[in-house]
Design a protein around this ligand. Structure first.
Ligand SMILES: [Zn+2]
Length: 299
């Protein structure tokens, strides 16, 4: 079977193409050139940079290809393949022939979202900021732009992959924060503790204590703390006036002000606050008004 494989970018020179304009705007030089210009130690640092440098090739999807088969063919994790091609892929179950995918070894490519900093990105992938700066030969780490792509060296987890999985395989605005049995729906009910009439502002999903909880959509953490009713809880602000709330957690893994990706682990489920058993209480609000999450979440 003939495969169309185009080797475009190899090694360090690849990023020079991708980020050349950025460097020119900011007057940066590749670090090795700078060291050379200063007569500094070149060889050791070059070795270090080489180890972090991305290897990127492009592959045009052929009829009959699956994402799993492509990942296997190039010897990279499926998660990394999906993560590096977040813009081109919107369905885990299929990919259109003719789509050009980036095959990235030893890491993933990340496209910056509005409001996201390099520190946020480093936290999302569990990679050090220094490694991202070195791998992308960045001098000006303060000015990054939405849509700009960075290589995340050594990244294994991809929130993009988890996000698509939790959305049932297809892109959607909100993905499930956990998967479990729905134990209480949205709307009027008798409160399980007080026995009084009550309006349930979210849904309850029964899950064992300590289950990973994922951000339902990308956004900025505006609350990461404790509440008498919600217990340990997190609120994330998204676009279009949306907020999501995650209650009764056992652990909070993010801080106020942090930008998180959809599908990123933000904490662990628990039974804290006004709760009758281990579950996640999940709310979606728009401009402060609680909405029925089941109407907005994928099946
Ligand atoms: Zn609840």
């Amino acid at each position: 079977m003939s495969r169309v494989l185009r080797v475009l970018l190899l090694g360090c020179s690849g990023l020079a193409l991708v980020f050349g304009l950025f460097w020119m705007q900011h007057g940066s030089l590749p670090l090795s050139d700078k060291f050379a210009a200063q007569g500094g130690p070149v060889s050791d640092d070059e070795g270090f940079i080489e180890a972090l440098a991305p290897q990127i090739v492009e592959y045009e999807v052929q009829p009959g290809d699956t994402l799993e088969a492509i990942a296997q063919q190039f010897g990279i994790p499926l998660e990394a393949l999906v993560g590096s091609n977040a813009q081109a892929l919107d369905d885990l179950h299929g990919v259109e022939p003719g789509t050009v995918l980036k095959i990235v070894k030893n890491g993933v490519l990340h496209a910056v979202k509005r409001g996201q900093t390099l520190t946020d990105i480093a936290r999302t992938y569990g990679v050090s900021l220094t490694e991202i700066v070195w791998a992308n030969r960045l001098e000006d780490r303060e000015h990054i732009y939405p849509g700009e792509e960075f290589f995340i060296p050594g990244a294994r987890v991809s929130p993009v992959f988890t996000y698509l999985q939790m959305a049932g395989g297809k892109k959607s605005f909100f993905a499930w924060p956990v998967r479990g049995v729905l134990s209480s729906g949205f709307g009027p009910r008798v409160h399980p503790i007080s026995g009084e009439p009550d309006f349930h502002q979210g849904i309850d999903i029964e899950i064992p204590e300590g289950t990973d909880v994922y951000a339902s959509c990308a956004g900025r953490v505006i609350v990461a703390g404790r509440h008498s009713g919600y217990g340990l809880y997190i609120v994330i602000e998204h676009s279009n006036g949306y907020r999501t709330l995650y209650g009764h957690l056992s652990e909070v893994g993010v801080y106020r002000g942090q930008f998180v990706e959809g599908g990123q682990v933000i904490g662990r489920s628990g039974n804290t606050g006004n709760s009758t058993g281990p579950h996640l209480h999940f709310e979606i609000l728009q401009y402060g008004r609680p909405l029925n999450p089941l109407a907005l979440l994928p099946p």
